[in-house]
Ligand binder design. Sequence first.
Ligand SMILES: [Zn+2]
Length: 278
Amino acid sequence: MTTSELSQLKPLPEDWDSALAVVAHPDDMEYGTAAAVARWTAQGKTVRYLLATRGEAGIDSMDPVTTATVRAAEQRAACQAVGVTDLEFLDHPDGTIHDVMRLRREIAAAIRRHRPDVVIGTSHREIFGPGIFNMADHRVVGLATLDAVRDAANRWVFTDLTGPDGAALPPWSGVKFTAVAGSGQPSHAVDVSDHLDAGVASLSAHRAYLEGLGPEAPDPAQMLRMFAGFAADRFGGIPCCAFEVIGLPFQMPGDSGDGEAATVDRTSDAVGRDQSQR
Ligand SMILES: [Zn+2]
């Protein structure tokens, strides 16, 4: 197998029914990932959004109190554009998310409550593109999300979590994998060629935010089509949304996948197969 073949992105598994997407801000899902969400909801899957903040520090010309209300409404419209009806805000401070234990606890609670098959996150890595430093909120929420998948599966962590009815929330170890969007190290991709328009509509729903960027504001259609083309040369030329998948067993080149010796965790901190272990 050549280096070129090894660098090809694999199709993201879609043999699941529900996902929980966890991001820091309104618009984080809309810079490309929402097109994949539109594909999944069109397939009949359920995708829920959990946002750490309302993005109140995101519009320079608008005060944070007003911005929080405006951006929450824009996020609801963005969700509607891709078939998402379940949206929840955790109300951490935009730009300065710091209470990591509270965040992990809240994400773990959402995982136990919704019992998703898949978790969608954004990159926790410091660099997510050539010379592009990932902002603090994204790093904090990305890492907390990976940790919370493991927390949710361990009955001895966050033992006092309760559901809306007051009953204890049992652990949930059914997350097959976490798909990390915006990673500089993608491994899988989703064909979004039939869902780009929905993705563009979802980003366009952030009208006040985009207007707040002034003349530098990107054209949603132009930018999202460009993003979908970035990874296409590693995915058979197909416009796609790329993900770093954490938690799937690694398949050795040429292996059918059923040989135990050739199947090992991709990373030492994989959160899929061993997520109930600490
Ligand atoms: Zn963001």
